[in-house]
Design a binder for this molecule. Structure first.
Ligand SMILES: Cc1cc2nc3c(=O)[nH]c(=O)nc-3n(C[C@H](O)[C@H](O)[C@H](O)COP(=O)(O)OP(=O)(O)OC[C@H]3O[C@@H](n4cnc5c(N)ncnc54)[C@H](O)[C@@H]3O)c2cc1C
Length: 438
């Protein structure tokens, strides 16, 4: 069965072809067949990576979404073993009613287990739980022309480390076993407060992060001068009582990509101003469902189409603590001056729990993430200025979101890349890897 795929940012706008296989036992032969025809391939999860790291260099992927079965579940201990194409949404719909939740979740639940491992995704609780990889107990790995192996911190430990954050290059994860965390309720006790500038963000983060499981801030990327970095700070914890319900509210959808982006200077300014003003000036507590708290964008199916036919790029960097405030200020100044950006620019302090992954993105420091409608000057003008600030501050960019990072930067940001290259299954390659290691 052949189908077409592209990355979430729709940039570079290249449709990939792909084959899927229905059974784990068919994976080795499917991999061999694709490689014989196309030279190389890449496992494809649910296409929620923004740039070209989920795009096969050959243009032909092996889709994993059809491997979506649960294999074994221990509800007493909160341990799930499932095929790699199972999505986090599917895990939550089984786990929540039984009082369990994902230890780490990214800002969308529509990612697969395999994709979450390959990018070693992080969430609003990085400061207390680290990355997704910190909660992976073991997984199966299929490499071309080799017997499938099991990887864990004590078994094939080098492949375990290289595959977590390994961008799908070390082999195909066919199943994985993860540890969940217990919850008493599907509700979140959340506190919200708006802040006037970047300095206040750092004060709030220092005060509130140690007290809460989840912490994140939305930033008005167009605010300038004294208001640079103003935004809304949000913290939360799983409520200690309440029902355990899976949210099933109906969704909205963006049916087609308009010819031009609906995000422009005017719409952005109006939204940002209103959003900031409607939030309280004093810390205000409320109880919310887990869906709007973790996955606000999942309500709108295909929201990526609002950026129009040219697509968009996300820019996500992390800056080490010592330089975080000054470099983030510089980044935001450049972005505000450019008049570009997204409704939801996200700022988050990352903690110091190290990941088992060789090429994991998070590091102690502050992460800034925001989307930009694609245009022909974006990389040459704005991104090259931002890259320079990140480089000088000793930070790095996130491959899962990237479509532009210069190879020299990648190799400097991730010095362990050569270890990954040594363990790469030579039948797997991505446009990203070819671009940054050339
Ligand atoms: C709205 C939104 C919010 C997001 N928020 C966050 C966030 O908060 N934190 C964060 O870290 N990320 C975030 N992301 C990024 C997203 O979580 C990652 O890109 C994730 O890896 C996508 O998973 P996927 O299943 O869609 O995989 P894909 O995007 O299809 O692939 C991702 C990588 O996984 C590899 N892969 C897929 N399946 C397998 C497999 N079975 N075996 C081996 N390799 C495999 C692919 O080769 C590729 O390299 C967000 C994305 C969106 C769209």
């Amino acid at each position: 069965m052949s189908a077409s795929y592209h990355s979430w940012g729709r940039y570079p706008y290249v449709w990939l072809t792909g084959d899927a296989c229905q059974w784990q036992s068919d994976l080795p032969s499917a991999l061999r067949r694709i490689v014989d025809t196309h030279g190389t391939t890449l496992p494809f999860g649910n296409g929620r990576s923004y740039g070209d790291s989920c795009m096969a260099a050959s243009g032909h992927v092996l889709s994993m979404r059809t491997l979506d079965r649960f294999i074994e579940v221990d509800w007493a201990e909160g341990i799930i073993r499932a095929e790699a194409g199972v999505t986090l949404a599917e895990i939550l719909s089984l786990a929540i009613p039984r009082g369990w939740f994902l230890a780490v979740t990214p800002g969308t639940k529509f990612v697969t287990l395999g994709g979450a491992i390959a990018n070693d995704v992080h969430g609003k609780n990085h400061h207390v739980r680290g990355t997704f990889g910190n909660h992976v107990r073991c997984f199966g790995l299929v490499r071309n022309s080799q017997e499938p192996v099991v990887c864990s911190p004590s078994q094939n430990a080098d492949l375990f480390a290289a595959t977590i954050g390994g961008l799908g290059l070390t082999g195909i994860v066919n199943w994985a076993e993860i540890q969940l965390i217990p919850i008493q309720s599907s509700q979140i006790d959340c506190s919200v407060v708006r802040f006037d500038n970047l300095g206040e963000f750092f004060s709030l983060a220092s005060e509130l992060d140690p007290q809460h499981e989840y912490s994140v801030a939305w930033i008005d990327c167009l605010a300038k001068g004294d208001q640079t970095g103003r935004g809304v700070f949000i913290v939360g914890d799983h409520a200690e009582y309440g029902s355990l319900e899976v949210e099933t509210r109906s969704r909205l959808m963006v049916p087609v990509a308009p010819p031009v982006s609906l995000i422009n200077r005017l719409s952005l300014k109006a939204f940002n101003e209103t959003y900031w003003r409607v939030h309280p000036a004093a810390l205000t507590r409320k109880r919310v469902n887990y869906e709007p708290f973790f996955y606000p964008l999942d309500r709108i199916l295909h929201w990526n189409r609002i950026y129009g036919r040219k697509g968009f790029q996300q820019y996500q960097c992390v800056i080490p603590d010592v330089e975080a405030e000054s470099a983030t200020r510089e980044l935001l100044k450049n972005i505000a001056d450019s008049g570009q950006g997204s409704f939801l620019a996200v700022l988050k302090r990352c903690g110091d729990i190290s990941s088992p992954g060789l090429l994991s993105f998070p590091r102690p420091g502050t992460s800034l993430a925001l989307d930009f409608p694609q245009n022909s000057r974006l990389e040459k003008d704005l991104f090259s200025r931002l890259d320079c600030i990140v480089r000088e501050a000793g930070g790095r960019l996130y491959p899962a979101k990237d479509a532009h990072m210069p190879g020299s930067d990648f190799r400097r940001f991730y010095p362990a890349w050569e270890k990954l290259e040594a363990l790469r299954d030579q039948s797997l390659n991505s446009r990203f890897w070819r671009r940054v290691t050339a």
